[in-house]
Ligand binder design. Structure first.
Ligand SMILES: *[C@@H]1O[C@H](CO)[C@@H](O)[C@H](O)[C@H]1NC(C)=O
Length: 339
């Protein structure tokens, strides 16, 4: 009797745990961004911006508007730290007007904004910032924890990276992080990685681009994020993700990986910048600018073209990758392994 009882309670616990895991791990929300056939997809990426227009936020916004008007962009991606220093206090926070609606006013920027959260957003009311109620105030603002934006030839995997760095949990200092719906960390991250991996495996897009707030590789103040290198990078490599785009460090940079085709782009120059920190990275630094600006990305079936722009609208750096070239480059190594 006793044996049967304990066995069945073990079974009951196992069933309950399986159910919990199944409930927590779910398919990521996928948004279809309508695309115009024939023309390349164009978007801007900006990060670390909401300061009521201050610290050159307005100047970056103005240049984004001009650039978007000339090139007719499809949408904007934000790499997080949307409202500094402490996120939004609620859905009716005036910050939403003063740091977003009243700053990115250009007609050309009245396009969807797909946003991830940064660590500073987690210092406010996260549930408010991801509340669809904000879309009733400004329909551009599409912010979720982790989701996919499919735009024809490209799938963007927007990933909630703030739960990764252990330090926010174990050593938050004066800061309070809003972990509602996230804690406990380990289960959240395990489920998220599984969901991202599943979604990437299902993706048939030509280009796969991951977006998160935190750096993977960076030569500026925050440097690399070890937890992302250990936990998220293997998932990106496994699924042949082309690029990882982040904010967090208030600069513009491009670093290429020495052991995979992945390229790292930091676009965190939406407002306060000029940290004056430079630390060499193990991977290969291609470009670094310590000031404000934004990233433009243009994609078609064969090519991805990146460019960084500063507060004067001057192009600082251009870089492109071609799918055809990449395949050609990979051919000799395929031959080599067969020998
Ligand atoms: C604004 O941008 C200009 C030009 O890069 C720079 O000289 C100035 O220091 C910037 N202001 C701030 C507050 O970063």
């Amino acid at each position: 009797m006793a044996t049967t009882g304990s066995a069945s309670s073990v079974t009951a616990i196992a069933v309950a745990l399986t159910l919990l895991a199944a409930m927590a791990s779910a398919e990521l929300t996928r948004l279809e961004h309508p695309v115009v056939g024939g023309s390349p997809l164009r978007l801007l990426v900006v990060g670390d911006w909401g300061r009521n227009g201050g610290s050159n936020q307005s100047r970056v916004a103005e240049q984004m508007g001009k650039f978007a008007e000339e090139t007719e962009i499809d949408f904007v991606v934000s790499t997080g730290d949307n409202f500094l220093e402490d996120g939004l206090a609620g859905v009716d926070d005036v910050e939403f007007h003063e740091s977003f609606m009243d700053v990115y006013t250009a007609q050309s920027l009245q396009k969807p904004w797909y946003l991830v959260l940064g660590n500073h957003d987690y210092r406010g009311d996260v549930l408010a910032q991801i509340d669809p109620a904000l879309r009733k105030i400004d329909s551009r603002f599409i912010c979720m924890r982790s989701f996919i934006v499919s735009a024809g030839i490209v799938d963007f995997f927007l990933i909630d990276t703030t739960p990764f760095p252990l330090q926010y949990w174990t050593d938050p200092g004066e800061e309070h992080y809003d972990w509602r719906g996230v804690a406990p960390r380990d289960a959240y991250i395990a489920n998220l990685l599984k969901d991202v991996d599943d979604a990437m495996k299902k993706s048939t897009a030509t280009w796969k681009i991951a977006v998160g707030h935190h750096t993977m590789r960076s030569v500026s103040a925050h440097g690399d994020t070890q937890e992302l290198l250990e936990l998220l990078l293997p998932v990106l490599k496994e699924n042949d993700v082309d690029f990882y785009i982040n904010g967090h460090d208030h600069c513009l940079e491009h670093i290429s990986s020495r052991d995979s085709p992945i390229q790292y782009f930091t676009s965190g120059g939406g407002s306060k910048a000029w940290r004056g920190v430079f630390r060499q990275n193990e991977d290969k630094l291609e470009f670094f600018y310590d000031g404000q600006g934004f990233l433009s990305l243009e994609l078609d079936e064969n090519q991805a073209r990146f460019a960084f722009y500063d507060v004067f609208g001057q192009a600082l750096y251009h870089w492109s990758r071609s799918k055809a070239n990449l395949q050609l480059v990979q051919l000799p190594s395929v031959g080599a392994t067969e020998e």
